[in-house]
Design a protein around this ligand. Structure first.
Ligand SMILES: [Zn+2]
Length: 142
């Protein structure tokens, strides 16, 4: 990664930290923010949104991805995720992201340090991912 890309990555991490500060996480107090970047350079922000019915909780990655879809973006290139402990995306989010962006590059940062881990291809985070083509039965292929 060249210096300009590194500086851009740090800027996206700063943006993700701002998003994390808006997370709704009264149960875990574990705020996560992310910035999803598409091929046109458009950015889509996401934060975790918890709920008293725990299974309703949404992760930051899926809130960002859902915004991107709603705004017509499906060619995602990278995602910058910050959390208190630099956690990587959960299994559900890995599958969610992989579906539309099998070549997505994942960057992980925390809420304080001006550094990050990555890029890591989503494929490496989700070996043998379930793919759309695998779910189409032979008689339904055209
Ligand atoms: Zn998740």
């Amino acid at each position: 990664m060249n210096t300009i890309d590194h500086a851009q990555a740090l800027a996206y991490m700063d943006q993700a930290r701002q998003v994390a500060s808006r997370a709704y996480c009264p149960y875990s107090n574990f705020s996560v923010g992310c910035v999803l970047v598409d091929a046109q350079g458009r950015t889509f922000e996401g934060c975790n949104v918890e709920n008293a019915s725990y299974s309703v909780t949404l992760c930051a990655e899926r809130t960002a991805g859902s915004q991107a879809i709603a705004q017509g973006s499906r060619d995602w290139k990278s995602i910058y995720i910050v959390s208190p402990t630099r956690v990587s995306p959960c299994g559900t989010c890995r599958q969610f992201l992989f579906e539309l962006a099998p070549d997505l590059q994942v960057y992980l940062g925390d809420l304080q340090a001006d550094s990050y881990i990555g890029p890591t291809p989503i494929r490496e985070l989700l070996p043998m991912a379930m793919e759309l083509q695998q779910t189409i039965l032979p008689h339904r292929k055209s």
